[in-house]
Design a protein. Structure first.
Length: 275
């Protein structure tokens, strides 16, 4: 059996699922998807189902809040091969271990013929407020307080810096080559999406751009309703008190935003805070 192996890494609230659905749409019929894979563990161990565009091949999916296991799709892939797409959310990229990640795949399907490491990066001025709003929504039910929110967001911002560093240094002896999707460009610029699809060896048809996954209850701001571009790029306007303070006190993050997304991507109130 011949197959290619794609691994996608992204922090929660970075637009991972929007890009994943678009990636699936590049070759839906020949793609098998696994959501939130656990590094180093068998692919079938505690699978995480998520809502997906109709017709998507996935071992685990979700409908009306109920997880559905689809062993037939696994059998199809074992027989026919194709493209294996795995999602790793909140993976500590500084600890990247190709052998640890690849071995469970090889154990399950044998050696692959090609692999790609994909990275999703979103402007933290839009990502962190979304994460804060989600955490505030679950704070009471989890019996947590604002310090818990701060601790989670602080760790998330630290991880974001590591992702940003990897984007700036996409090739290394230990990690191989990474291809980065800048979510804020991807969501607004069709030419960018066309170029990214071509880099991956496909023609872009913008399939499933309007599909909103129920992962994490959809958008922190608009739930599972379709997000408009101005909405997902304007979360900084609703920046929470905690996320705003964390970014303001971290000039290295602001420097990375200006370098990667452009000076205009730094909201005016934060432009005087630079490293």
């Amino acid at each position: 059996m011949k197959y290619i192996h794609w691994k996608l890494f992204g922090l929660q609230r970075s637009g991972n699922h929007a890009i994943l659905n678009w990636l699936i749409g590049l070759d839906q019929e020949n793609t098998l998807f696994f959501n939130r894979v656990r590094p180093g563990r068998d692919l079938l161990d505690k699978p995480s189902g998520v809502s997906l565009p109709e017709g998507t091949r996935a071992y685990a999916t979700r409908s009306n809040g109920k997880q559905i296991i689809q062993p037939d799709e696994l059998e199809w892939f074992e027989k026919n091969g194709g493209r294996l797409l795995l999602s790793y959310e909140n993976y500590p990229i500084e600890k990247f271990n190709s052998d640890l990640l690849n071995q469970p795949v090889i154990d399950r399907f044998g050696s692959f013929t090609e692999e790609k490491n994909l990275l999703v990066l979103r402007n933290p001025f839009n990502m962190l407020p979304s994460a804060e709003k989600l955490l505030r929504r679950s704070m009471v039910t989890k019996g947590k307080d604002k310090q818990w929110i701060r601790d989670v967001l602080e760790k998330r911002l630290s991880m974001w810096k590591n992702y940003a560093f990897l984007h700036s240094h996409p090739t290394s002896i230990t990690r191989g080559v990474f291809i980065t999707f800048l979510f804020d460009r991807w969501v607004t610029d069709k030419d960018y999406r066309d170029a990214m699809a071509e880099k991956l060896g496909y023609t872009n048809h913008d399939r499933f751009l309007d599909f909103v996954s129920d992962a994490g209850n959809g958008s922190s701001f608009s739930g599972t309703k379709n997000n408009q571009q101005n909405d997902v790029l304007g979360r900084w306007k609703e920046v929470g008190s905690i996320s705003g303070t964390l970014i303001e006190n971290n000039p290295e993050v602001i420097d990375y935003v200006a370098l990667i997304f452009g000076e205009e991507a730094v909201p005016a109130p934060f432009r005087g805070v630079r490293g």
